[in-house]
Design a protein around this ligand. Structure first.
Ligand SMILES: [Cu+2]
Length: 124
């Protein structure tokens, strides 16, 4: 009888740890992502019709912005201050940049000078 209770407790305890470890794992892998209008740890943006959208992207310090090129030609995401440069982003490809410190970064596409500049605002 004593053995039965002990093994039951072991099953319950291991089940609990299995559940909690799964829960923390999924929390870590899914950073809250915004469309760039609210500062979160991750934001997504698109390059489409020769424009960056949204034109102002907000992200928290330490956050990441991922741009996807949805045009039929290559573009770049190039900081005017020289802090980052994607190089050519191919059609349907993405470029990911992490911003460790607060600040305002204005960037453009070096291939198409007629494309409007856009901005990443890093801060709370
Ligand atoms: Cu371009």
């Amino acid at each position: 009888m004593k053995t039965k209770i002990t093994s039951l407790a072991l099953v319950l305890i291991s089940g609990f740890f299995l559940l909690t470890s799964c829960g923390s794992k999924s929390n870590n892998s899914t950073n809250p992502t915004s469309n760039g209008t609210t500062p979160l740890m991750a934001a997504t943006a698109t390059i489409q019709n020769f424009a960056f959208s949204p034109s102002v992207i907000h992200v928290l310090p330490g956050g990441t912005v991922t741009w996807t090129n949805k045009d039929a030609t290559a573009h770049t995401v190039t900081d005017l201050g020289g802090n980052f440069d994607s190089g050519n982003i191919a059609v349907d490809a993405t470029y990911k940049m992490t911003f460790p410190t607060a600040g305002t970064f204005t960037y453009h596409c070096t291939i198409h000078s007629m494309m409007p500049n856009a901005t990443v605002v890093v801060g709370n």
